[in-house]
Design a binder for this molecule. Structure first.
Ligand SMILES: Cc1cc2nc3c(=O)[nH]c(=O)nc-3n(C[C@H](O)[C@H](O)[C@H](O)COP(=O)(O)OP(=O)(O)OC[C@H]3O[C@@H](n4cnc5c(N)ncnc54)[C@H](O)[C@@H]3O)c2cc1C
Length: 581
């Protein structure tokens, strides 16, 4: 295995990873040697598909907005299980990040006077989401990528898939990765590492996320002994386009779109009389499921075997769609042959975002438990649970989180690397690399009787069926049985492609194992939490139970399955109240 030494290693090149790289490069005056590793070409990272925008109070006072109101909306949206000190960091730093991206060249939508326009989003009391049409992620990621190319001290390793996280008692030591283009293994040795590998909503079949959102970094951390926080909270976005699941951004409702049932009624008036279609996503998704269960859903052979409701954008008019939602219009026409200016779109809730992830402190430092940090290891973006989103993220808060904790962790990693200098490659470390090389060779030669793609298909079916917007003990029990059987079968897979050059069969197998492991953690945490809070709705426990459950779940990998423990929730200003939208 080739051994490469860096001052800072960043795993992931989405908005969080690239923002961290930019910060570390700037802080070091272009001196620290930084590696950015990505299993995709950096610009294909999932952030590129973010549509609706980024939240931040750009104009305090306008519409009565303030950072406190942004914080309150976020805490309420989170169903009070976020850490409020972290939320305060989010809302205070979001405006300066939007301005930074303005300087980096993001073409924010502006009014006639050149002022950045803000749009409404679900769960936000006032418009506070900056956007570049409905291609915000594309523009932000492009701007970051261009900026990184100016730094000679940043080396981007495109299409390198990490296979293990090497931690010793002293903390982070290295990441091992395979160069997908050649099959060569590389060890990236450093004292400082930021994991920024995104979420894991691909554990579900009906999802808005890319095939690459498989939670690899979260799984590697879990397997290295780091607990995962709040894994039971998976967000279902109300408007996944039927039948593919492609996202129709919440901005479509922010710009004035309606949801209608089979009778043509705007049913949200029953579930959220004030916010209507702009209630938080957990509320809107459950409303859609309830309408369908009450027999008010729609079905159409041409959209497959799905019940759906309608998203009505027809009254917005062609001009507004062209200016504010051009990609949504294009997606609808290309995918299902429907022009949203003329006809309504079939939509249903789709797995979209994972609130849970690597347990970190407020600075993004990974934690072994509630007290001890993992020296030299941070997690930023969707893979980290800091936790600002609690039980339910508000739309447009993720991009702010990614770039803010990208910046924070980039700074911290640089400070550490400056203090500690380079890491020695000990004999013990080399032995671990050899063992990992052996494990990977063995996986490449897998010659069992199980097709890994069958496992993935069955996992998708089980997660969609048993671990959806509503859960109960029986469904979760069935999900547990199914996933544990699939995990067991994984040890008997075969790979059709045994070569080392761009072996996507091998890459998929690695990802499938990660998703199976994380699915089982989601299910265990969901079984454990006997209440309904945010995105976790248990039929037999329909109420939130602050007395027993106002605490974060921590899930550890144990010799047999998952071990659950807890961490306290930080409450600064906002005491838990019942949520009304
Ligand atoms: C369709 C869609 C639209 C969205 N729109 C918005 C929006 O408008 N506003 C908002 O706030 N949020 C939005 N979100 C959520 C938001 O886009 C994501 O949470 C955010 O972009 C995640 O960024 P990230 O940097 O954490 O990870 P990602 O962008 O997912 O990047 C992960 C990186 O990790 C790398 N990686 C993963 N595993 C490995 C491995 N094993 N080895 C090496 N590299 C690896 C990948 O190559 C990639 O570079 C949207 C989500 C979806 C699905």
């Amino acid at each position: 295995m080739e051994v490469l030494k860096f001052d800072i290693v960043i795993l992931g090149s989405g908005l969080a990873g690239m923002r961290a790289a930019l910060q570390a490069a700037k802080a070091s005056n272009g001196k620290a040697r930084i590696a950015v590793i990505s299993k995709l070409h950096a610009m294909r990272s999932h952030s590129v598909s973010a549509e609706g925008g980024i939240s931040g109070v750009l104009y305090p006072g306008e519409h009565g907005d303030s950072v406190d109101l942004h914080a309150h909306d976020t805490v309420k949206g989170a169903d009070y299980i976020c850490d409020q000190d972290a939320v305060e960091v989010l809302v205070n730093h979001a405006p300066e990040e939007i301005k930074l991206f303005d300087h980096l060249g993001v073409p924010w939508n502006r009014d006639d006077k050149g002022k950045i326009v803000l749009r409404a989003f679900g769960g936000m009391s006032v418009p506070r989401t900056a956007f570049a049409a409905d291609k915000t992620g594309f523009f932000m990621l492009s701007a970051l990528y261009d900026s990184l190319l100016e730094f000679r001290n940043i080396e981007i390793f495109h299409e390198h898939i990490a296979t293990s996280l090497v931690l010793e008692k002293d903390g982070f030591n290295a990441i091992t990765a395979m160069d997908l283009s050649t099959g060569e293994m590389r060890a990236f040795v450093s004292n400082a590492c930021i994991i920024a590998t995104g979420g894991f909503a691909r554990c579900y079949g009906f999802t808005t996320t890319a095939y690459s959102s498989t939670g690899d970094g979260i799984c590697l951390a879990y397997e290295a002994g780091i607990p995962l926080k709040n894994m039971e909270f998976v967000q279902f976005h109300p408007t996944g386009l039927v039948p593919s699941g492609i996202l129709i951004t919440e901005a479509a409702r922010g710009e004035g779109g309606y949801l209608r049932n089979s009778k043509g009624d705007r049913f949200m008036s029953k579930y959220a009389p004030h916010a209507l279609e702009l209630a938080s996503r957990d509320v809107v998704s459950r409303a859609i499921v309830s309408e369908v269960e009450a027999g008010h859903g729609l079905r159409d052979e041409k959209y497959g075997d799905f019940d759906f409701v309608h998203l009505d954008l027809t009254h917005l008019g062609e001009e507004k769609l062209n200016e504010r939602l051009p990609m949504i219009k294009e997606i609808a026409i290309k995918m299902i042959g429907v022009n949203p200016a003329e006809e309504m779109l079939p939509v249903r809730p789709a797995a979209h975002f994972t609130m849970g992830g690597i347990h970190t402190d407020i600075g993004g430092n990974a934690m072994w438990d509630t007290r001890r940090n993992v020296h030299g290891l941070w997690a930023a973006g969707e893979c980290g649970c800091v936790s600002v989103h609690g039980a339910n993220r508000l739309g447009s808060n993720s991009l702010s989180q990614c770039v803010i904790w990208g910046k924070i962790t980039g700074n911290s990693a640089f400070q550490l690397s400056r203090r500690t200098g380079g890491r020695n490659v000990t004999t013990q470390l080399r032995k671990r690399f050899e063992r990992e090389e052996g494990r990977i060779s063995k996986l490449l030669e897998s010659d069992g009787s199980v097709n890994p793609y069958d496992l993935r298909r069955e996992m998708w079916g089980a997660m969609d069926r048993y671990v959806g917007a509503y859960r109960n003990a029986k469904m979760l029990g069935q999900g547990r049985k199914k996933i544990s059987s699939l995990l067991h079968q994984f040890s008997n897979i075969y790979l059709k492609d045994r070569s080392r050059i761009f072996n996507t069969n091998f890459r998929d197998a690695l990802e499938i194992r990660h998703m199976l492991a994380l699915s089982s953690v989601v299910i265990e945490c969901a079984i454990n939490r006997e209440e309904s809070r945010g995105a976790h709705a248990r039929r037999e426990f329909p109420k939130r139970d602050d007395k027993r459950w106002m605490k974060h779940t921590l899930a550890y990998k144990a010799a047999r399955g998952v071990k659950i423990s807890y961490a306290p929730v930080a409450v600064t200003k906002w005491q838990p109240e019942e949520r009304h939208y």
